[in-house]
Design a protein around this ligand. Structure first.
Ligand code: C2E
Ligand code: CA
Ligand code: CA
Length: 449
């Protein structure tokens, strides 16, 4: 193996272009592979561990869009300088992708030390960047893996670091993960679910359940939210909180969503005409300009009036590409579809968003409702949200109402709409139709139960 001779060679620092990243002057992907190969060769005689890491800038694309590509390049050069300055004599950093860097730490022997070093790099990159007269800020995510034995090849080490990076990205911005066995188990489980779900979608086995949304004062049902349900033959029932993110990440949320919407509109056609259907869209669907067309095609095919449809989106969905999301939202609204902002008060809430986007409705997240009776801050937040919605002319629905006392408190604060187990759990299409037949409008479900 070439690596075996690595130590004997006179520090053959490949400065030729094939091993250099032209923008930053750092080594490139080939240089990195070469360096790791050599180190593995060296460690054949001296079995000490070492660390490789992959660092990925979070949300670099918006920076490019906002400041322009020249400025984007400028920032990458500054990132490269900072990373290089943070390396000691043994360590090396290279640029292996547009906004991805890899580092090799021969003297970092433990997971704790690897994580600490990675956190330091993130910290160094978090200081502001000068872009002409303006400044930009960046965060980064890092995945690390440690070399422990000669069974590990460069390829395996990098794969493990990628797996760790993927987990870091999944858990939010600015995170560090070091590869572990459990990660591999989790990755295997995700792949199993993915395969089973792809099959279930082609076999039309995913279906919507429907949860009533009520007028809090009269307790009249005014519409239903469609919630995807799937039971696999082997895996049993899988929660949408698990399978929706997998479909999103693996790029097949589109077909899944279309299947559920088609079934939901077919079911909702038999409901009284004044009931609306509310449907969830995932963040990645707001980046895909075909989403609007697909929705309208389904409404056309099933003959469901767009004015009876509401689309629920979260702020996360508006953030990754606001311009794309705005176009989709505006197209839908022009066709008469109403748009509501889901899970309000969690995640990356920004009141600025309510100025940029026009929403017809806002859904207050269950976390506030469940603590409304016990917690003064929650109470104040809910009152503030309600006052704001009134000012902006938006309807409001409070989610996750489980007790009468919560409903009463919300009514007292002036909240008009509610949803939660107290008024009904999600039920399948047949049970929903039966519920509508039994409970001629205006009858309380709780009273009937
Ligand atoms: P979500 O949109 O916030 O939906 C509300 C969730 O809260 C549902 O969970 C619902 O069953 C649950 N829930 C409603 N009332 C109560 C209550 O009183 N107490 C408690 N503890 N929970 C209540 P579910 O059905 O498990 O869905 C979870 C999430 O999965 C949804 O959150 C939504 O983000 C996503 N999801 C579900 N179906 C779809 C879909 O068809 N498309 C997309 N993109 N996402 C979906
Ligand atoms: Ca929802
Ligand atoms: Ca919600």
């Amino acid at each position: 193996m070439q690596a075996l001779f690595g130590a004997a060679q006179p520090r053959a620092e490949n400065t030729d272009l094939a091993f250099t990243d032209p923008l930053t002057g750092l080594g490139n992907h080939r240089r990195f592979i070469d360096k790791v190969d050599r180190l593995i060769g060296d460690r054949a005689e001296d079995p000490a561990p070492f660390t490789v890491g992959i660092l990925d800038l979070d949300g670099f694309k918006p920076i490019n869009d906002l400041f322009g590509h020249r400025a984007g390049d400028d920032i990458l050069i500054q990132v490269a300088l900072r990373l290089r300055a943070a390396m000691d004599g043994h360590s090396a950093v290279t640029r292996i992708g547009p906004d991805e860097f890899a580092f090799l730490l021969p003297m970092v022997f433990s997971e704790e030390a690897a994580a600490e070093k990675a956190r330091m790099l993130i910290e160094i990159l978090s200081a502001p960047y000068d872009v002409g007269e303006r400044t930009a800020r960046l965060s980064a995510s890092v995945g690390c893996s440690l070399f422990f034995s000669g069974d590990e090849t460069t390829e395996i080490l990098l794969q493990k670091a990628e797996t760790a990076l993927y987990n870091a990205k999944r858990s939010g911005r600015g995170r560090v993960m070091v590869y572990s066995r459990e990660m591999e188990e989790a990755a295997k489980r995700v792949t199993r679910i993915e395969q089973a779900l792809r099959r279930a979608i082609s076999a039309s086995e995913v279906a919507p359940y429907f949860q009533p949304i009520v007028d809090l004062r009269t307790r009249r049902t005014i519409g239903f939210e469609a919630l995807a349900r799937w039971t696999d033959r082997d895996l049993g029932p899988v929660s949408p909180a698990t399978f929706i993110p997998i479909a999103e990440e693996r790029g097949f949320i589109g077909p899944l969503s279309q299947l559920v919407l088609r079934k939901a509109t077919e079911a909702a056609r038999s409901w009284p005409a004044d009931l609306f259907l509310s449907f969830n869209l995932s963040p990645s669907q707001l980046v895909d300009q075909n989403t609007g067309l697909h929705i309208l095609a389904i409404l056309e095919r099933t003959g469901f009036d767009p004015r009876r449809l509401e689309i629920e989106i979260t702020e996360t969905g508006l953030m990754s590409d606001p311009a794309s999301a705005e176009k989709i939202v505006n197209d839908l609204r022009r066709c008469g579809i109403r748009v509501s902002l889901d899970d309000f008060g969690t995640g990356q809430s920004s009141l600025g968003r309510l100025r940029e986007f026009q929403f017809d409705k806002l859904k207050i997240d269950r976390s506030f409702v469940s603590s409304i009776l016990r917690d003064r801050p929650s109470e104040h937040i809910i009152r503030a949200i309600l006052a704001m919605c009134e000012g902006l002319g938006m309807d409001v629905v409070a989610e996750g109402i489980e007790e009468e006392a919560q409903a009463e408190r919300l009514i007292a604060f002036g909240c008009a709409g509610g949803q939660g187990y107290m008024f009904g759990k999600p039920a399948d299409a047949d049970a929903t139709l039966a519920f509508l037949r039994d409970n001629l409008r205006g009858v309380r479900r709780a009273g009937a139960a």
